[in-house]
Write a protein that binds this ligand. Structure first.
Ligand SMILES: Cc1cc2nc3c(=O)[nH]c(=O)nc-3n(C[C@H](O)[C@H](O)[C@H](O)COP(=O)(O)OP(=O)(O)OC[C@H]3O[C@@H](n4cnc5c(N)ncnc54)[C@H](O)[C@@H]3O)c2cc1C
Length: 385
């Protein structure tokens, strides 16, 4: 007899596992997570930088961060998992008039939304991050409640707890077909088996659009490579530093286990599933690093500790959360555009509410509905790193 579930989730990354956990916490009876790889958490989640921040440019992204932060703060107790939660802040820097205008505009919105963020002068920046070259800076914004954590551990916490509560998580099970009839989900197919369900959650990260096509739903998410580089041990920069971002160049850095982790998003990177780390990237990042942190000249980058991963990017850099209007029972949790770790608790919580209760509180998902793309009602996020 065919197996049957109340909800089938496609993808065992941080998003799929979060949705599974919150569904089970709300007593959804039969939840199945299907993962195509032979172990869970091997996709974008395992390659993230770990940053969480409330410094966004739209109310919905700020709210997703605020709801999620409450979960991260209590993660150890709720999930019995250490996520290396480091609330050392996010520090944005600018040397240009345009940059200052942008940061101040965002600051105003963030403050209205209750984010504990402040404008900081070059002198104050030196107190927070003494390694930064401040001579040319106009200032920046600092939110001490932002920070970084371990993305893999968060996903593992969600997954373990979901399993403890009765979710089934199966690896090596690629979904190859989505079964529908009369505009309604009927099930999914994996090789050799059809599984019945009235509800499918697309949590396939960079593969969201592929899953969408299986269901006949256009999910505008593109995979785009992002690279991070790591130095050898570098004690000259202290361990407890904020995620430090040169808002003008896009260069960002933080510390990890004694080393400096650095990144930069190349705006010319084409969409695609390229996961190769390109060693020419090292020079590009080093150049941007030295322009803002000359001390890094003494640091040695280790190419073997550097890596590439995939962002899952939507046209307006906001996630897609909700049910596809054209296919009843097809739920989307996609396109986090580089913010999927920090928004994973809120995403799981909201989607579980929507699936089980038909409504979401305390967040209105209207701005992040799928239909916004067809309706031309986009909500551009400007703080994308
Ligand atoms: C370099 C880098 C740095 C980042 N830094 C940050 C950061 O600082 N902060 C932050 O919040 N976010 C960051 N992100 C983004 C974050 O990693 C992602 O938004 C998040 O991991 C997305 O989670 P996911 O579960 O949707 O995707 P994934 O982790 O990719 O999981 C999707 C899963 O679906 C599976 N799947 C796909 N197709 C199928 C199928 N047909 N059948 C079954 N399973 C399938 C995949 O194998 C995969 O395991 C970063 C990403 C990268 C690459």
């Amino acid at each position: 007899m065919a197996r049957s579930f109340d909800v089938v989730i496609i993808g065992a990354g941080i998003i799929g596992l979060s949705v599974a956990y919150y569904l089970k916490r709300k007593q959804c009876p039969r939840v199945l997570v299907l993962e195509k790889e032979h172990s869970w958490i091997t996709g974008s989640t395992a390659r993230a930088n770990g940053g969480f921040r409330q410094q966004f440019s739209t109310p919905v992204n700020i709210r997703l961060s605020q709801i999620s932060l409450q979960v991260f703060q209590n993660f150890t107790e709720e999930f019995d998992t250490d996520i290396s939660f480091r609330q050392y802040g996010y520090l944005f820097l600018t040397a240009t008039e345009k940059g200052e205008q942008g940061l101040r505009r965002n600051l105003q919105l963030q403050k209205v939304q209750g984010v504990p963020v402040e404008w900081v002068t070059p002198e104050e920046i030196l107190q927070i991050a003494p390694f930064v070259k401040v001579e040319d800076l106009r200032g920046g914004t600092f939110c001490p409640a932002d920070g970084y954590a371990d993305s893999y551990s968060i996903a593992e916490g969600f997954g373990r707890k979901a399993r403890d509560l009765g979710a089934q998580i199966e690896v090596g099970q690629p979904v190859v077909e989505i079964l529908t009839a009369s505009g309604q989900i009927e099930g999914v197919a994996i090789p050799g088996e059809e599984i019945h369900t009235p509800r499918v959650v697309n949590a396939a990260g960079p593969y969201a659009s592929t899953i969408g096509k299986m269901a006949g739903v256009d999910v505008p998410v593109q995979p785009i490579r992002r690279m991070l580089v790591m130095t050898e041990d570098f004690p000259a920069i202290p361990e407890k530093i904020p995620m430090t971002i040169d808002a003008d160049s896009g260069f960002l850095m933080r510390k990890e286990s004694g080393k400096v982790l650095m990144g930069w998003s190349d705006p010319s990177e084409p969409p695609g599933f390229n996961l190769t780390f390109d060693s020419t990237f090292i020079d590009i990042v080093a150049q941007k690093a030295l322009a803002r942190v000359p001390l890094l000249e003494q640091a040695r980058i280790n190419p073997r500790r550097s890596w590439a991963g995939l962002y899952e990017v939507t046209p307006d850099h906001h996630c897609i959360l909700g049910e596809a209007p054209e296919l009843t029972g097809f739920f989307l949790a996609n396109g986090f555009s580089g913010h999927g770790m920090m928004h994973s608790p809120a995403a799981g919580m909201m989607l579980a509410d929507l699936i089980l209760e038909g409504k979401t509180e305390p967040l209105d998902l209207h701005p992040v509905r799928l239909a916004r793309f067809k309706e031309g009602d986009l909500i551009e996020e400007t703080v994308v790193l």
